[in-house]
Design a protein around this ligand. Structure first.
Ligand code: NAD
Length: 363
């Protein structure tokens, strides 16, 4: 029998402060009922305890629905991701979490495989390593973007959308956004808009994805794409498209722009990109929004595969199989029960966590 458990976490909230080096960081371990928590290290001058807490919960949900032997955690380093002191910060951070064995760090916004290699060098316990030292470089391989494209294959049927020829718009053209564009264009989708912090490029006739990736990597911004209209970065929310992918920061879709979105399908590439209020508005408008911890689980599935020493092929197969199955299950329940996709997904995730928690000693 499942015990009456009031909440699933967070189990630890740790703030690290080193006055001498003026270094601040946050670690939240949300739940470890399914195994040691896993979750990225976000580097941003604005990252807060509240944000890390919400992201850690997202990881708990994500690892649960993906059937991984891990719980959810997250960390934040309060610093500029472009700081020349980055390596030192990561080495200090690694040593500070050395004994926090129920947290396995991974890459997130502002951190990458190189940062994970520094943590590995200090304490060994990390996922998302460069391939030279045994990693499956999930950003380079595009694990999350691949998962989003697999999710799209299933979700498009629920909004009567043909994937071939579907017009996509992507907010945030970083690791996730670029890979999503690449894998979706391989399935016949047409990229019509992409944005980053400097602006948005829009071309209703289609943007050459490989050219845009090269331009972003060589010049730093999508706005240098030669053909199309340039718009302000927030205009991405109202461009005419069939599929919209937020792949940048939290809470970018909110009550003031949820009505502007023209897409029929939203795939949440970023973590918590929409407020609950916005998700309710979208649901009422019959815009289908597949929640983050279903749609963007590709990265953590690959990170867990690396940690378990599996191969790249095994990781890609697992991403495809798990994301397609979970998308189908939650969307069936969404339409059958008339609930929000997020509610259907949380139900599925919590079942497994609560069952695992019920085996824990309470004495
Ligand atoms: P990244 O740092 O590689 O890219 C982020 C991109 O977003 C950059 O191009 C940046 O310019 C852009 N951006 C930031 N603010 C913006 C704004 N206001 N408007 C438009 N663009 C903006 O990060 P990433 O790894 O691609 O992660 C993106 C999101 O996806 C994050 O929310 C992250 O938590 C989530 N996520 C990442 C992974 C992964 O495998 N990397 C997995 C799951 C979820």
């Amino acid at each position: 029998m499942i015990k009456d458990i009031k909440d699933i976490g967070p189990s630890k909230i740790i703030q690290l402060y080193f006055p001498v080096t003026d270094f601040n960081a946050i670690v939240v371990i949300d739940n470890t009922a399914l195994g040691p928590s896993i979750g990225g290290v976000r580097v941003s001058p604005n990252v807060t305890v509240e944000e890390v807490k919400r992201l850690a919960r997202t990881m708990t949900m994500k690892t649960s629905v993906a059937g991984l032997p891990h719980g959810g955690g997250k960390a934040g380093i309060v610093a500029d991701p472009k700081s020349p002191d980055k390596e030192r910060y990561f080495r200090i951070f690694a040593n500070a979490i050395r004994d926090l064995n129920d947290y396995i760090p991974g890459p997130d916004m502002g951190s990458n495989e190189e940062c994970m290699a520094w943590i590995h060098d200090e304490i060994g316990r990390v996922a998302g390593l460069p391939e030279e030292i045994g990693g499956l470089p999930l950003d380079k391989l595009g694990a999350t973007g691949f998962g989003l494209s697999e999710c799209a294959e299933i979700a498009c049927h629920y909004v009567d959308l043909e994937l071939k020829g579907a017009r996509i718009a992507i907010q945030g053209f970083g690791s996730v956004g670029k890979a999503a564009a690449k894998f979706l264009s391989e399935k016949g989708c047409v990229l019509v808009a992409a944005s980053d912090t400097r602006g948005c490029v829009f071309n209703e006739n289609g943007i050459d994805v490989l050219e845009l990736i090269e331009i972003k990597e060589n010049t730093g911004s999508v706005i240098n794409y030669p053909e199309g209209y340039l718009k302000g970065c927030d205009e991405i929310f109202s461009v005419d498209c069939d599929i919209f992918i937020p792949a940048a920061t939290p809470d970018v879709i909110h009550k003031d722009n949820a009505l502007d979105i023209k897409a029929r399908l939203i795939l949440q590439g970023a973590n918590i990109p929409a407020t609950l209020e916005a998700e309710e508005i979208l649901h009422k408008r019959k815009v289908l929004s597949v929640p983050d911890f279903i749609a963007n689980a590709g990265g953590v599935i690959m990170a867990a595969a690396e940690y378990a020493r599996k191969t790249e092929n095994e990781a890609f197969n697992e991403i495809s199989e798990k994301i397609k199955k979970n998308t189908r299950v939650i969307l069936e329940n969404t339409f059958k029960e008339g609930i929000l996709p997020r509610e259907a997904a949380e139900k599925l995730a919590k079942e497994r966590i609560l069952k695992a928690m019920s085996y824990k000693k309470t004495l």
